[in-house]
Design a protein around this ligand. Structure first.
Ligand SMILES: [Zn+2]
Ligand SMILES: [Zn+2]
Length: 202
């Protein structure tokens, strides 16, 4: 279990370079920063009478940690058992502005509520309530380009390297592919004109 009870009430934020300092004056590491923001989210939820811990008959336990592998998703929420959840926030998200990090935490926290394991009706209801009452911007999916530019960071989508180009010999329609199934040009015909495909290795 991670320790979320550490008190950071006299920590402060250096607005110039977005570092957060702990009570010793040291720059907080990412897990510390995550714990602090998580605690803020929980307190804000309590202020509008949403208490996740008490949303079930038994106390809901939540662990929050950083995922260093995921480059794509912002965060995820794993259900370990019926009242035990594990929230992960991707490491790259921790470099973004705090409001974006907290949006991610809030999004995953909603998934810890009863009947909120998907983005259905109940999830939407909570998201709308939190957005309205607490000024969040929780949505189903994130927008990386917008969130990076808001954080003054450059966003680069990893470029895909294509290895093949498939061209219809008849109408010249073409597609780029990384891989091609065996016997492709034998098995498939152009969807537009029924022509034969030619494959060129790039
Ligand atoms: Zn979600
Ligand atoms: Zn064709």
């Amino acid at each position: 279990m991670c320790d979320i009870s550490t008190d950071y009430c006299i920590s402060y934020i250096d607005k110039k370079n977005y570092n957060i300092y702990n009570t010793n004056g040291d720059i907080m590491d990412k897990q510390e920063k995550l714990n602090k923001l998580y605690k803020e989210c929980i307190n804000e939820l309590n202020s509008i009478n949403i208490n996740i811990e008490k949303s079930r008959k038994t106390k809901t336990e939540i662990e929050i940690r950083i995922n260093t592998r995921s480059k794509k998703r912002y965060g995820c929420c794993k259900k370990i058992s019926k009242d035990n959840f594990q929230i992960e926030v991707s490491e790259w998200v921790m470099d973004l502005n705090e409001d974006i990090i907290k949006n991610t935490i809030m999004h995953e926290l909603i998934h810890c509520m009863p009947r909120c394991n998907n983005h259905g009706e109940y999830f939407k209801k909570y998201a709308e309530l939190i957005n309205e009452k607490l000024g969040y911007n929780i949505s189903r999916t994130g927008n990386k380009e917008r969130d990076f530019s808001k954080s003054n960071l450059e966003y680069k989508e990893k470029e895909i390297k294509y290895n093949y180009i498939i061209i219809c010999e008849n109408c010249n329609q073409n597609f780029y592919r990384q891989r091609i199934k065996r016997g492709f040009s034998r098995k498939y015909r152009c969807g537009k004109c029924g022509g034969k495909f030619k494959i060129i290795k790039l």
